[in-house]
Write a protein that binds this ligand. Structure first.
Ligand code: PMP
Length: 413
């Protein structure tokens, strides 16, 4: 009935040996329960949004209130204004902000805005980076680094792909070459400031510096896709961690408290181009809906609990250190890239700093690990490219249970 049995391809078990994915009916705190009532410690966190865990009481209250008072008005509401103000208080670089329903829409519109503002059409994106499912970002590298892209999905026109130059992440030289060739046609460099989509991969300082310097020199905008990173590593954007400032920022995932949402914003003079103030059209029947926004408000409140991010980091560090010690003991090649409360597990001897490194990691070993953990009641992302996300309700006992499951799994690998 449903293609592949899933409403988003990343949910399928194709990348971890195939078969039907497990079906879940209920979540509570750090746990998910499957259709047979079995409990799993959840590190998928719905691919990132669920930082507070499942059915957090404050979010349940906010969503219940929205359900009782109406979930959709098709008019402005005070909730969306308050939410926009709270976002700007957390991320001052969001001088103005517009809400959407998904991360895809947020990045898509940020790119449209960059094209309108610069009057140019090309973008640079980085190999293996995921920015949603609109045509322009479903593009792979052409015949070499710093060449025009080719469609990465059927149905994406070759003419669209030719507007994209794909460059390896953390490769300042390839980036410089791409800007040298295409700089005068370049509207934006679109980048996850810390990669979350081929593992967790931080930018090398020189690379990040090159992105901003080269964009400035050629007159392109820098668009940060913070759909995963914002509010994941600290309360707000990762920009203060990195010491950078993007022109436009796309948000999603966490900020809706588990309900559908996205947002984009940034420099006021660029945002003034958005309709109805300006000529850049973007709309949404569901955009800024009271349910998502009220869940988002409750979430932002809860995320300001003192020590919350330190707690996530401590648990993630304990997991990462424990996994590395076990992999050592059982002779399994494992690289863990961790930033704060998120990390990735790549089965390889080589450090992972580009998509090619992540691709070279052993998919069969990851599949065996995923399945062994699933059998032992630990839910991981069903792809070697995706990250583990630690959530607030994960307890020390959950960490210990996870490491025990990992030891048993490594032993049979
Ligand atoms: N950008 C990034 C970095 C993402 O990880 C994702 C989703 N995985 C998106 C954009 C698209 O967001 P959505 O699925 O909400 O459309």
């Amino acid at each position: 009935m449903i293609p592949g049995g899933v409403n988003s391809p990343s949910r399928s078990y194709k990348a971890v040996g195939g078969g039907a994915p497990r079906f879940f009916v209920r979540g509570e705190g750090a746990y998910l329960y499957d259709v047979d009532g079995r409990r799993y410690i959840d590190y998928l966190a719905a691919f990132g949004p669920l930082i507070l865990g499942h059915a957090h009481p404050a979010l349940v209250r906010a969503i219940r209130q929205a359900a009782e008072e109406g979930t959709l008005f098709g008019t402005p509401t005070p909730y969306e204004v308050e939410f926009a103000e709270r976002l700007r208080a957390a991320i001052p670089e969001l001088e103005r902000v517009r809400l959407t329903n998904s991360g895809t829409e947020a990045v898509m519109t940020a790119v449209r805005l960059a094209r309108a503002y610069t009057g140019r059409s090309k973008i640079i994106k980085f190999a293996g980076a995921y920015h949603g499912h609109f045509d322009l970002v479903l593009v792979a590298a052409g015949s070499g680094p710093a060449t025009l892209g080719v469609p990465d999905a059927a149905g994406v026109p070759a003419a669209v792909a030719r507007d994209v130059v794909t460059v390896p992440y953390n490769d300042s030289e390839a980036l410089a070459l791409a800007v040298e060739r295409f700089g005068s046609e370049l509207a934006a460099i679109v980048v996850e400031p810390i990669v979350g989509n081929f593992g967790i991969v931080p930018p090398e300082p020189a690379f990040l510096e090159a992105i901003h310097r080269l964009a400035r020199e050629c007159g392109a905008l820098v668009v940060y896709d913070e759909v995963i990173t914002a509010f994941r590593f600290r309360y707000g954007s990762v920009m203060p961690m990195l010491g950078t400032r993007a022109d436009l920022i796309a948000l999603g995932k966490i900020i809706g408290g588990g309900l559908p949402i996205g947002a984009y914003g940034g420099r006021a003079e660029i945002m003034a181009l958005v309709a109805p103030e300006g000529p850049v059209y973007q709309a949404g029947t569901m955009a800024g809906n009271p349910a998502s926004v009220r869940a988002g408000l409750a979430l932002l409140e809860a995320l300001q609990a003192p020590g919350l991010y330190d707690g996530l980091e401590a648990k993630a560090r304990a997991l990462a250190d424990g996994l590395l010690a076990l992999s050592d003991r059982y002779g399994i090649p494992l690289q863990i890239n961790r930033v704060g409360g998120a990390f990735s597990t790549h089965f390889t001897d080589r450090p992972v700093r580009t998509y090619a490194d992540a691709e070279a990691a052993d998919g069969a070993l990851y599949a065996a690990f995923f399945r062994g953990m699933l059998r032992r009641g630990v839910l991981l992302p069903p792809s070697k490219f995706e990250a583990w996300f630690v959530m607030v309700p994960h307890s020390d006992a959950d960490v210990a249970e996870t490491l025990a499951a990992a030891e048993a799994t490594f032993r049979e690998m």
